[in-house]
Write a protein that binds this ligand. Structure first.
Ligand code: PSU
Ligand code: MN
Length: 307
């Protein structure tokens, strides 16, 4: 009988894992809920190509017909991108329901980490992680991504987090949970669209090999959980800080007026920000994801040299 706890691999991913070759996990919420069609599909395929160029194999992760998947076909990526928000956004709490029902799901950072860990993949590239939302003291809206980073052994390469979040509180939460925040060639936590946030990371790393050494050591010491590898957007694609603060402020205000909460909040804010910047933010978003895919590829190559 088919065991729905098994991850079903794409051929290329299965081969790479069998031969202990470097693999980079990629999420699918960013495809279905994070970007509009068809740029989402185009970007997902470019991200995969970028991982390959860096010497690793890409494993885009999702739930398809209730099955945990690592490594999708082009047609499946197209399907998730076209269906967009009609595909359920899956975090840890949603996973058992979707698998039991045998339906599709686009995996968040948290759910992607869970499936990556089951598959034996240690490095994951995305755009931005979820975190502590502004006003969380009142709403208690804290992304399950942070808890997942505390417990699941997967390193997440991202461009920091968007300032739709309270970045200071997000760092506090990660510190409490024992999650290292490593800046890649930066001492500051990048704020997604901008290279700086005014907040310091825990440690500055100079090379993919240095990052890999820290990850390898963490897991060798039996310290469970992931790490945040914060990689600033390339200078040429960064957005003006004041404009982004204004736009994000407006998007948050509208969400409040319209009563948008829970899992709908992050996708709402992402699409409003894109509309309010007339697509400029989408271009920045795409470039930073590609940049993260490159670094994740290099880290995963360095990590497989160590093990
Ligand atoms: N932040 C982004 N782009 C995204 C997301 C976050 O800049 O696409 C997605 C990721 O999948 C992340 C999820 O894991 O949103 C977090 O959602 P929530 O805040 O509901 O936990
Ligand atoms: Mn939330």
């Amino acid at each position: 009988m088919h065991n729905n706890r098994d991850v079903k691999f794409g051929q290329e991913v299965a081969g790479a894992l069998q031969n202990s070759q470097p693999v980079v996990a990629l999420e699918s919420t960013i495809i279905s809920h994070g970007m509009p069609y068809p740029r989402n599909v185009e970007t997902a395929l470019r991200v995969e190509a970028t991982v390959r160029e860096s010497g690793a194999v890409p494993a885009t992760i999702a739930v398809i017909g209730g099955q945990l998947r690592a490594g999708l076909s082009e047609a499946e990526i197209e399907y998730l991108g076209k269906k967009g928000t009609a595909v359920a956004k899956v975090s840890r709490r949603d996973l058992p329901v979707l698998v039991a029902r045998g339906v599709d799901g686009a995996t968040t950072v948290a759910a992607t980490m869970i499936i990556a860990a089951l598959a034996g993949i240690r490095v994951f590239a995305t755009g931005g992680i979820g975190g502590v939302h502004r006003g969380a003291a009142r709403t208690m809206d804290i992304s399950a991504d942070l808890q997942e980073l505390a417990r699941t052994d997967v390193a997440v390469v991202c461009a920091g987090a968007k300032s739709i979040l309270d970045l200071r509180l997000t760092l506090e939460y990660l510190e409490t949970m024992g999650v290292p925040v490593l800046g890649f060639q930066t001492s500051e936590l990048p704020a997604f669209y901008t290279r700086t946030s005014g907040l310091l990371v825990d440690y500055r790393m100079e090379s993919p090999a240095e990052v890999a050494e820290v990850l390898h050591t963490k897991w060798q010491l039996g310290l469970r959980g992931g790490a945040v590898i914060a990689n600033p957007i390339p200078e040429a694609f960064a957005m003006p800080r004041e404009e982004m603060e204004r736009v994000i402020g407006q998007a948050i205000e509208e969400a409040g007026q319209q009563g948008v909460t829970g899992k709908a909040l992050t996708p709402f804010l992402l699409s409003r920000i894109e509309q309010l910047t007339r697509g400029d933010s989408l271009q920045a978003n795409i470039e930073l994801v590609l940049n993260n895919a490159r670094l994740a590829g290099a880290v995963s190559v360095a990590l497989s040299d160590l093990s």
